[in-house]
Design a protein around this ligand. Structure first.
Ligand SMILES: Cc1cc2nc3c(=O)[nH]c(=O)nc-3n(C[C@H](O)[C@H](O)[C@H](O)COP(=O)(O)OP(=O)(O)OC[C@H]3O[C@@H](n4cnc5c(N)ncnc54)[C@H](O)[C@@H]3O)c2cc1C
Length: 399
């Protein structure tokens, strides 16, 4: 379904753009089943790795429709930017998720009931037919419709009473678009941790209507109690875009969190070499699906091939930092330049790399994409306040 190349992402965008106006607003909530998701774009695996950019998607969509007819689709694209900005301003929420996941995984080792239920849920063997279908669809395709993600998370938390972190982790291990911000905050929202006290309840009638009678589940929880929250951590600053100038020998580090290399070349760098770093295996302490790894790996290759003439000699594809440090030493680099890796595994790995490059007198320059510098600082409160900025964002991009 999802071939990992920029061209395939652009083809998908071109094909979907005519449908992204009022038709999208009317039909987007219908989940018609595996392989039949024609009412939504399926662009998320491409956007998530920035094989295509938010700006390109918005520009294409708004070349087919007015701002008002495409309002719903445009808002959805900005939901992604909002979640990313929200987490970027509060990275502690990611750390809390990781700690909660470690505790929950521990429970699967010590409580056989939890382990059995968790395994049944991941295999799609709970006896709740829609839930089991979505678990299998996710494993088979690496994708779920947004409404199915909401229903699935709600049943996981409120009917099966499983720890939400195990569900978020199941998604991150299997979604091709697995994203620390949209995923963690989407699960928190369903559990009542994001808009504190406000939960999302999957209702049989709603599922029947929006799956076009494919499912009408029995036995779902009739109420959804919010999970315990001690509030949001204090808000920090969004990462600043530094005025980067190449100095000495420059190497490029290409990673799967942001494959848009254009902003790296604004300063006229002439890199001697590049290397590729795969970070997606760090999305979970458990094994990530082969499809997720395959998508990210091939997306990295596609990017390297497209930029081959600008980024110097090939320093190979790596999943750990030791060979990256050897690469930087062998090429006698003074600077390693890379796209900013957002809060989650990419940032963790790049923080570690920066610390290890320092004693070698090599600096790590992380370039923040201008779209992120524009949107992230605005994710201070709820989406409704954030979305008031959308006309100004579009104006600023000249769309
Ligand atoms: C529990 C849960 C977990 C989720 N996990 C992820 C995840 O790991 N990665 C991810 O990219 N999205 C996640 N989402 C958001 C959303 O479900 C997907 O982005 C969307 O389904 C992708 O399919 P699409 O490209 O066909 O969407 P379309 O409806 O065609 O939307 C176009 C684009 O807008 C953005 N978008 C749409 N809906 C949302 C949303 N609710 N939140 C954020 N961005 C949105 C996506 O980039 C998407 O590609 C999650 C939602 C929930 C409820």
């Amino acid at each position: 379904m999802f071939f990992p190349s920029r061209n395939k992402g652009l083809e998908r965008l071109k094909a979907f753009a005519p449908h992204s106006g009022r038709e999208y607003a009317r039909l987007r909530n219908y989940d018609l089943g595996q392989g039949r998701h024609a009412h939504v774009s399926g662009l998320s695996p491409y956007l998530r790795h920035r094989l295509i950019s938010e700006e390109e998607v918005l520009r294409t969509v708004l070349s087919h429709h007015s701002r008002s007819s495409a309002e719903k689709f445009v808002h959805e694209v900005f939901w992604r930017s909002y979640w990313k900005g929200w987490l970027e301003l509060r990275p502690k929420v990611w750390a809390q998720y990781r700690a909660g996941l470690a505790r929950a995984l521990n429970r699967t080792k010590t409580e056989s009931g939890v382990r059995r239920q968790w395994e049944d849920a991941c295999r799609g063997e709970t006896g709740i037919d829609c839930f089991d279908h979505w678990a299998k669809e996710l494993r088979a395709t690496g994708y779920l419709h947004n409404h199915a993600r909401m229903w699935f998370a709600s049943i996981w938390i409120h009917t099966l009473n499983l720890p939400w972190e195990l569900g978020a982790d199941f998604f991150l291990r299997h979604l091709l678009d697995g994203d620390p911000a949209s995923n963690t905050l989407g699960w928190r929202w369903v559990g009542g941790l994001q808009t504190i006290g406000k939960t999302y309840l999957a209702r049989p009638e709603n599922i029947r209507q929006y799956t076009k009678n494919r499912f009408y589940p029995k036995g779902l929880a009739g109420t959804a109690q919010p999970l315990y929250s001690d509030g949001h951590p204090p808000r920090g600053q969004a990462p600043q875009n530094i005025d980067w100038r190449p100095s000495g020998r420059v190497g490029v580090l290409v990673h799967d969190d942001d494959l848009n290399l254009k902003p790296l070349f604004k300063s006229g760098a002439c890199p001697v070499s590049f290397t590729r770093l795969l970070t997606c295996e760090q999305r979970s302490p458990l094994a990530i699906s082969e499809d997720v790894i395959g998508f990210a790996k091939n997306a990295l290759e596609d990017t390297a091939n497209r930029w081959a003439e600008r980024i110097g000699e090939d320093g190979g594809l790596h999943t750990t930092l030791d060979p990256i440090l050897s690469w930087a030493k062998n090429y006698e680099l003074d600077q390693v330049v890379t796209s900013y890796g957002s809060t989650g595994p990419a940032k963790e790995v790049l923080d570690d790399l920066e610390t290890r490059l320092l004693p070698l007198n090599i600096s790590l320059v992380r370039v923040v994409n201008p779209y992120d510098s524009m949107t992230w600082p605005r994710a201070t409160h709820g989406f409704f306040r954030f979305k008031d900025n959308i006309p100004a964002f579009l104006d600023e991009m000249g769309i």
